[in-house]
Design a protein around this ligand. Sequence first.
Ligand SMILES: NC(=O)C1=CN([C@@H]2O[C@H](COP(=O)(O)OP(=O)(O)OC[C@H]3O[C@@H](n4cnc5c(N)ncnc54)[C@H](O)[C@@H]3O)[C@@H](O)[C@H]2O)[C@H](O)CC1
Ligand SMILES: [K+]
Length: 508
Amino acid sequence: MKILSAAQTRLLDQATIAEQHLTSTALMERAASAFAEWFFGRFDVDDAGEILILCGPGNNGGDGLAVARLLYQASYAVRVALLPAAQHSPDWQHNRQHLPAALPVAEISADQLPDIPAGLLVIDALFGTGLSRPLEGLPAAVVAHLNQAKARVVAIDIPSGLFTDAPQAADTAIVKADHTVSFSLPKLAFLLPQNAEYVGQWHVRDIQLSGQFIADTATPWHYTDEATMRGALPARPKFSHKGTFGHALLLAGSRGKIGAAMLATNACLRSGVGLLTVQVPGCGYDILQISAPEAMCLTDPHLDFISALPDLKPYQAVGIGPGLGQDAASLAVLRQLLEFASTTSENRPRPLPLIIDADALNLLGQHRELLALMPENTVLTPHPKEFERLTEKARDDYHRLELLRNFAQQYRCLVVLKGAYTCIATPDGELHFNSTGNPGMATGGSGDVLTGLLLALRADARLLPFQAVRLGVYAHGLAGDLAAAHTGHAGLVAGDIVRHIGPALMRV
Ligand SMILES: NC(=O)C1=CN([C@@H]2O[C@H](COP(=O)(O)OP(=O)(O)OC[C@H]3O[C@@H](n4cnc5c(N)ncnc54)[C@H](O)[C@@H]3O)[C@@H](O)[C@H]2O)[C@H](O)CC1
Ligand SMILES: [K+]
């Protein structure tokens, strides 16, 4: 699913109106009805109590006025407060005229801010995607007044004061909503941690905007949802054998961190790999052989960390990093791996697929000259701190996305920036936000599981690099969601994610 800018959203409205021979008022009615349907499902008349709808002067306020009418007609106790303005949009005026006469309407003024008792249900329809600058003066005062009241707040389209797709100063006036109900497509602002306190839980309701316009519109931002992933994992052919799905190599573990190697190993085994060989330091041999009999084990000459690169000819993909440690010998292994992987020959016309995680990323951060050795489509899986070690400290979440996009383009790699809405950056400059996963997964070992999963999918030659990575990230989050249904968020451990990879893959 695409994510569009505020400017593109405006064009999308116009394209929809033209294509479907609608009036803009009819489109507004669609949006208001979609919002009202959501609202009816969430708050029934008796629980809702009195509802205050704050309306601005543009089409977001117009939506608010149409919603007021629909809620009134459904017997909710609604009152409207209007922000004074010199001009109102035509659809605002239409809906103002069609408000039932019995519905109370007041105009807001600086010395007459609306009364907002604790617990009141407030619908925020002050400003939407037409916001052109930070709020000041009376609108900012109304927002501050709303935020300090202990009200339940539902924003129409976007919390008022929040930009759709651009950063803004920390002290600007922005409505803090409990829920945001948006139309047809999610907005970039919803996906960034710095906006979470404003957006609350967000919901998207379809209003049949022009599919053609969306398909024809270029954007770097994408959202990977269930529909995107339907059928993403190719079925295993009847006459397949273990060679069909690739032989993967994992280089992982150091003394005290063999657990990381085991989580990645078990995740890889559960993700459809044909064969898996794991190289661990000597201290990991018994652990690996006993707890993962399906994997083959290569023992590193060193007892405590990885110090030597094995012969790489047998493998279709290599993962390195979980529990690796940062010894100089492991750094040398990483360097040799990058050099080997980039070299192509008649037998291996394409570079060897690599997954680089955890301490291997930290080593790259300390020796950035190695970045230039990475073959195209190498997969890096940093969390934000690890990513900063590869680049620089980000000013805010938008700047981090910019750094991410530039980095993936510069090094022609795939970067998986882990977190809520894990973001995959591609060599072509696309950013794909993931929809699955939950806060229970913010626990040690989750990343090792992702590495194992990605390793298996990159070894499968049937999947293109980006397809494999998007599928791996989505399935990882989904496995976490399925696991959390049994364990809850606090009780979730990384091994639970591994046990749910199979069921997660069954759904794609
Ligand atoms: N497809 C859809 O998503 C649909 C969305 N709809 C709704 O329309 C709004 C966008 O409406 P628009 O009229 O373009 O903008 P706003 O209502 O957000 O505000 C414009 C209004 O506000 C003034 N203004 C802008 N910035 C400021 C500021 N900082 N301070 C004071 N005043 C400001 C500006 O001059 C205008 O007067 C979208 O979010 C949806 O809610 C439609 O219903 C159709 C379908
Ligand atoms: K709003």
